[in-house]
Write a protein that binds this ligand. Structure first.
Ligand SMILES: *Cc1c(COP(=O)(O)O)cnc(C)c1O
Length: 388
């Protein structure tokens, strides 16, 4: 059987080779600890689970939801965005639920791109920023995130001919995989750039609620003019330990939301209403304490990891947000993959090679903080024993 040409354009899954090696190690009896995948290890907070339990007993939630989403869910999102980001939204026209951010980001490509169109994608970045345009028959164009600029792209470096063919631009702060937070003034420059070139900005907001050291992450939509040129995809997955629930929202530009809705009605049948009711609980102020305690947990883990890396001579900057530590590959290794393979061989610890997130990730590796404390401590001790 042959996959479609569209599917054949997607490069082979970057983790596949690593996964085979991990499986072989485990088979050989090695106690492998994976710091590779970013999937919160802690359960969903009880108040959200309880809201779900109650919601599933209500027969009204069992039927097809509307693709527009429940009015109370959209109202809760509006209240959350106002309370949390000082962003005012019209729940009728500027908010729509999504079955996870991944769905939303993928479908936006189908909604806005034609063959020959470009989508600017952060490099390193979430794989759907490139896979989505490919599957839509369009072309992703990588924008390298520059470490010396705080891991943002240099917008002045984008070729005007490329910009004129660009329909979408993917950005993500706080950032996966680099852990960077948005530098002062950058979102303002993005609005200007998008206006000049008539580009729809898609800001992927998956990590705004996971922050440390007093930092509070802004919404892109809080930038003056952002709603004229962009939308934000807000995911509840990481901040509320809800990756399995598939709950996200697309917000912002009303025209873009309308087009996305039009596409979505042809593809899926909306977000399970019980999940929307659980989402209301997550976004209420009652959940703030849960978020704060998760942040305290991740901060402790971050410090544990960064101290251990410093001790073996890795020059790492502790991130102020996300569940990731992004660090430079030590001298003496020809690639991020070679270093990660060395660490797996010598210490039985899985790290993510930076290059799997795009060519600009070469020379870096990522550690995820979503491993239980005792295992993370064990992994860090093994790294320490490797020496510098
Ligand atoms: C995890 C992640 C997502 C996926 O979120 P879902 O809502 O679970 O689909 C999207 N973008 C980034 C940057 C992520 O890290």
């Amino acid at each position: 059987m042959r996959p479609s040409k569209r599917l054949e354009r997607i490069p082979p899954y970057a983790f596949a080779q690593l996964e085979r090696k991990i499986a072989a190690k485990r088979e050989a009896g090695v106690d492998v600890i994976s710091l590779g995948i970013g999937d919160p290890d802690r359960p969903t907070p009880p108040l959200i689970v309880q809201a779900m339990q109650e919601a599933v007993t209500e027969a009204e939630t069992h039927r097809y939801p509307s693709n527009r989403g429940r009015e109370d869910f959209r109202g809760a999102v509006r209240d959350f965005y106002e309370r949390r980001f000082d962003v005012k939204l019209d729940p009728e026209r500027e908010i729509i639920p999504a079955i996870g951010a991944k769905e939303a980001i993928f479908n936006l490509n189908l909604a806005f791109l034609d063959p020959g169109d470009y989508a600017l994608a952060a490099d390193p970045g979430y794989p759907v920023y490139t896979g989505g345009p490919w599957l839509a028959g369009a072309e992703p164009v990588l924008m390298a995130l520059e470490p010396q600029l705080g891991f943002v792209p240099d917008l002045d470096e984008i070729d005007p001919d490329v910009a004129s063919r660009t329909k979408l631009m993917y950005l993500n702060y706080p950032n996966n995989p680099t852990g960077a937070v948005v530098p002062e003034g950058f979102f303002e420059r993005v609005v200007e750039f998008a206006r000049e070139h008539d580009i729809l900005v898609v800001h992927d907001n998956a990590y705004s609620e996971i922050t440390f050291d007093g930092y509070r992450a802004p919404s892109f939509l809080a930038t003056p003019g952002a709603k004229d040129v962009g939308i934000e995809v807000f995911s509840l997955s990481k901040g509320y330990n809800m990756t399995g629930w598939r709950c996200a929202v697309v917000l912002g530009n009303a025209e873009a939301i309308e087009i996305y809705w039009q596409l979505k009605t042809n593809i899926d049948s909306g977000l399970f209403e019980a999940v929307q009711l659980a989402g209301i609980a997550a976004l209420s102020p009652d959940a703030d304490a849960e978020v704060a305690s998760m942040n305290e947990l991740y901060r402790r883990r971050r410090d544990l990891v960064c101290d251990a890396l410093h001790a073996i001579g890795v020059d790492v900057r502790p991130p102020r947000s996300t569940i990731y530590v992004w660090a430079p590959v030590p001298d003496g290794f020809e690639s991020s993959a070679a270093y990660c393979e060395h660490v797996l061989e010598q210490a039985g610890v899985v790290l993510s090679p930076g290059a799997i997130y795009g060519p600009a990730g070469e020379g870096w590796f990522r550690i995820s903080l979503t491993t239980p404390d005792d295992r993370l401590l064990e992994a860090v001790q093994r790294l320490g024993a490797l020496g510098g």
